[in-house]
Design a protein around this ligand. Structure first.
Ligand code: NAD
Length: 223
């Protein structure tokens, strides 16, 4: 029987991304070894939480000796899939879609590479226009584009009432991950992952924490 976990908390994955950033910074500073105590301090969680998060994926480091920064950084990169190139398409080239298409921070040398391969819209005034060297294509061309560019992920930046339609088009085109900026829950097959991005939800949480400063934003699972 496999000893791989059947499910992993989303918060653990978010923390792995944080640990990877900390390790990358340590490596850049020429530091070769670290400990769960140090990772915990930097990530503002407990050392127990760091060990618990890593334990989902195997045994790392040596008891009492900590971790080799380079090895753990590479392991986390491999676990997160951030050691390869990911092809991305943006569906909806309005204000937000254009801002995302113009963003230049999707790659980091020796780390991840999210490559924007296609821009999609339905508006005849936008289809055919060019943003950062990419031509906006009609949603009808999404399947062909996805096949040609082996698209892995799609951003949804269409009006909320069109978001499910955009998701259906991405699924039909074989895309396996959707970053949904539209404020709605999407229905997708089990083998398609959806991540929701909502800055207004962040503002609402912030309003709560400003009004309740005594309630600490606990970052540990069980704290
Ligand atoms: P916008 O109206 O400027 O742009 C929407 C674009 O989608 C238009 O170019 C339109 O032609 C295109 N479109 C419509 N139907 C389409 C379809 N079926 N396929 C492809 N393209 C289609 O809107 P915006 O201000 O850029 O906002 C886009 C979305 O992002 C909205 O749902 C908005 O609520 C959301 N939003 C989210 C956040 C966040 O933090 N998550 C922030 C801002 C906006």
């Amino acid at each position: 029987m496999s000893d791989k976990p059947l499910s992993i908390p989303t918060a653990t994955i978010s923390r792995l991304v944080t640990y990877l950033r900390i390790l990358t910074n340590l490596e850049r500073s020429g530091i070769n070894r670290t400990s769960s105590d140090h990772l915990a301090e930097e990530a503002q969680v407990s050392a127990f939480q760091v060990r618990k998060d890593l334990a989902y994926f195997g045994r790392f480091g040596t008891r009492g000796m900590g971790y080799t920064v380079l090895t753990l950084r590479r392991e986390l990169q491999r676990i997160l899939g951030l050691n390869r190139r990911w092809s991305v398409v943006i569906v909806g080239m309005g204000r937000l879609g254009q801002a995302l298409a113009n963003y230049r921070g999707y790659s980091e040398s020796n780390l991840y590479d999210f490559d924007i391969k296609g821009l999609i819209d339905v508006d005849p005034d936008k289809v055919g226009s060019s943003i950062h060297g990419l031509t906006v294509q009609h949603v009808g061309d999404l399947e062909g584009l996805s096949r040609a560019a082996s698209v892995d992920m799609g951003f949804i930046t269409v009006p909320v009432e069109k978001a499910q339609e955009a998701a259906d088009a991405l699924v039909k085109a074989g895309v396996k991950g959707i970053l949904n900026f539209a404020p709605t829950v999407l229905e997708v097959p089990d083998d398609v992952a959806v991540e929701q991005v909502d800055f207004l939800a962040g503002m609402k949480r912030l309003a709560f924490y400003i009004l309740n400063p005594h309630l600490k934003d606990l970052k540990d699972d069980d704290a």
